[in-house]
Write a new protein. Structure first.
Length: 317
């Protein structure tokens, strides 16, 4: 038995915002790493490795070969056609989903997505990335995605389409935060009592738009533990794990409030257990192993939830 609100439009809204959120996060991370690559005083042991690990299908051997190659990374991430997770291909996928949902999205949103599509398919874009124009292009793309989020927030009606798009967006954002956090804690064996300085954590915090908030939050907690407090448990930080999980929960409540199907209740309970496992973690006394487990388990459960959510709402007969 299928859920009554099943539709290709809901599927399109879910994936439209998910693709755009993935691209936004990828570009923010790329811009952060690109700018900091010019800082020769910073001892950078990873280069673009965290970006390539999370956002590409390159093998570890390939990543190790190109992790410091800025020209390769820029073209591979932004406009490489064989890379299915490049900005170009994600924008193409987002536009396809927007086209299928045109009766549910606003004219302003469609025009902006269409404009992005044509820019990404400009034939001279790869060549420009090899020149001094690269910085201008990355900056333009970051601003275009800020504008996309603004148009989405201001013009979209708050109906079922909004719920589906918001769930997709925040699933993607939560997974990004977890994966990037793992990329910086794994090399130090999740050591919460280590003495890594602010320069080590700066790339992670900038990639999650959390550097300024971090600097403004006064605390005598060492950086290794304080970063965890912000990126996982801070309810005031828009990219934290708990903040994104709470928003997903809010939109799930809106979807399920008039739905009495057992499948919907089962899915809602599944997500409730996932959220509670993070919400009731005592981060003040968190151990290294517990941190690793929280990140791994939350990521695994969220991927499973996303799969089950798609099966329930987007499986066509």
């Amino acid at each position: 038995m299928k859920v009554n609100m099943l539709s290709r439009v809901a599927d399109g809204m879910f994936w439209l915002n998910r693709y755009m959120e993935r691209t936004d996060g990828m570009l923010l991370t790329l811009n952060t790493f690109y700018i900091l690559s010019f800082d020769k005083e910073t001892n950078d042991s990873q280069g673009y490795k965290p970006l390539l690990e999370h956002y590409t299908d390159l093998t570890m051997e390939q990543i190790n070969q190109v992790q410091y190659d800025t020209n390769f990374v820029l073209k591979y991430i932004i406009c490489d056609s064989p890379n299915h997770n490049s900005v170009k291909n994600l924008v193409i996928k987002a536009r396809e989903n927007a086209r299928g949902s045109q009766d549910k999205i606003t004219k302003e949103l469609w025009e902006h997505i269409n404009s992005l599509y044509h820019f990404m398919n400009s034939p001279d874009l790869p060549k420009k990335l090899e020149t001094s124009d690269a910085s201008t292009i990355i900056s333009k793309l970051n601003k275009d995605f800020l504008l996309y989020n603004g148009i989405l927030q201001v013009t979209m009606p708050r109906g079922l389409g909004w719920c589906f798009s918001s769930i997709g967006k925040h699933i993607e954002r939560c997974l990004q935060t977890i994966s990037l956090t793992q990329a910086y804690y794994a090399p130090i064996q999740y050591n919460l009592d280590g003495n890594e300085d602010l320069l080590y954590w700066r790339r992670l915090l900038l990639s999650l738009s959390g550097y300024e908030l971090y600097l403004k939050s006064y605390s005598n907690i060492p950086h290794n533990r304080k970063v965890v407090q912000q990126v996982i448990f801070n309810r005031d930080f828009a990219h934290s794990v708990i903040y994104t999980l709470e928003l997903i929960d809010t939109y799930l409540n809106n979807l399920f409030k008039d739905n009495n199907l057992s499948e919907a209740r089962t899915l809602h309970n599944q997500f409730g257990r996932l959220k509670s496992s993070v919400e009731f973690t005592d981060y003040h006394h968190l151990t290294n192993k517990e941190l690793e487990d929280v990140l791994n388990n939350t990521r695994t459960q969220l991927i499973q939830f996303s799969t089950d959510f798609s099966k329930l709402f987007f499986s066509y007969t």
